[in-house]
Ligand binder design. Structure first.
Ligand code: SF4
Ligand code: SF4
Length: 92
């Protein structure tokens, strides 16, 4: 599952730098999570890092993105491959 940020977000900026997948970004009103990039931190950490640091507990599971741990691991591998492809493009 991906996580999502609710409208209780106070725009404190704390979660954004903690995300290992660069899935968190500033939206028009509050911070948002790109579900295509959020692996619930699978592949990087045991616990979702954004949930750990959010002072108002406004980062629940996104009910529209129910994924198994295997699917999250596949997403993690895809993201890692995309990142390494981007790095090699820069070196070319
Ligand atoms: S759970 Fe992990 S990957 Fe997903 S948004 Fe939070 S910090 Fe990023
Ligand atoms: S840590 Fe919580 S309150 Fe702060 S920007 Fe992130 S989602 Fe919003």
């Amino acid at each position: 599952m991906a996580l999502m940020i609710t409208d209780e977000c106070i725009n404190c900026d704390v979660c954004e730098p903690e995300c290992p997948n660069d899935a968190i970004y500033q939206g028009p009103q509050i911070y948002e999570i790109d579900p295509n990039k959020c692996t619930e931190c699978v592949g990087h950490f045991d616990e979702p890092q954004c949930q750990q640091v959010c002072p108002v507990d406004c980062i629940p599971v996104n009910p529209d993105f129910q994924e198994s741990r295997e699917a999250l691991m596949d997403k993690y591998k895809r993201l890692m491959k995309e990142n390494s492809d981007k790095k090699s493009e820069k070196l070319d």
